[in-house]
Design a protein. Structure first.
Length: 214
């Protein structure tokens, strides 16, 4: 019997979502869709284990240079986690909105340093990505272990790194390096979809309930 989902391959697996015998290819497709499989499905756990192993293999193959660079800059575990959080939000922003360059992300990191610092300049324009990262860090236990001055230093270091990665000739060298690692991990189940501005000129984005200036 052919798989009722694709109508091409032979159905070999009983799917509790479609209540039918489907092919392995469609089984994987359904698992990746928003209608996630129930954990009671006998194919769910083995697939999750396989995908986790594949992510580790991809990180080792493609993200080694990124991790080597970060561990060379930061040896403290809390600092590394904060760095990873900052860059993961930048990666998700770029992936969802597709409008960043290395220079723009450097500006955002500098804005983050302003937001985490002791002095705010009235009327200063802050990149919306900086606001998103700032609000995310507030909910992180590891962030609370670091003094605000240290987070400012991290933000400025990452800004310099973003500007220097391409040597001025590759406008997305830094973002590509970040993606080589972060595209294989799943820290935040969010995507940044900008919606119409609400009262006061603010926009609510994604499932994270973070708000950014319009």
């Amino acid at each position: 019997m052919k798989c009722p989902h694709c109508g091409q391959r032979k159905g070999k697996r009983r799917c509790p979502v479609l209540v039918a015998e489907i092919c392995p290819t469609c089984c994987a497709e359904i698992r990746a869709a928003p209608r996630r499989c129930p954990k009671s499905c006998p194919f769910f756990a083995p697939s999750e284990t396989y995908q986790a192993r594949r992510r580790k293999e991809k990180i080792a193959a493609h993200g080694a240079a990124y991790m080597e660079e970060r561990t060379r800059l930061y040896s403290d575990e809390d600092e590394l986690e904060v760095v990873g959080e900052i860059e993961h939000i930048a990666y998700l922003w770029e992936k969802s909105l597709d409008r960043l360059t290395d220079e723009e992300v450097a500006v955002a990191y500098e804005g983050l340093a302003v937001l985490r610092g002791p002095i705010a300049v009235p009327g200063q324009v802050i990149h919306p990505l900086a606001t998103v990262i700032h609000k995310t860090l507030d909910s992180m236990p590891n962030c609370k272990k670091l003094p605000a001055s240290r987070i400012c230093e991290i933000a400025r270091t990452l800004a310099r790194l973003a500007r220097e990665s391409g040597g001025g000739s590759e406008p997305r060298a830094y973002l590509d390096r970040v993606a080589s690692y972060h595209e294989h991990i799943d820290w935040h189940p969010i995507e940044f979809r900008v919606q119409p501005a609400g009262p006061g000129g603010w926009e609510r984005i994604g499932r994270s309930n973070l708000i950014i200036p319009s």
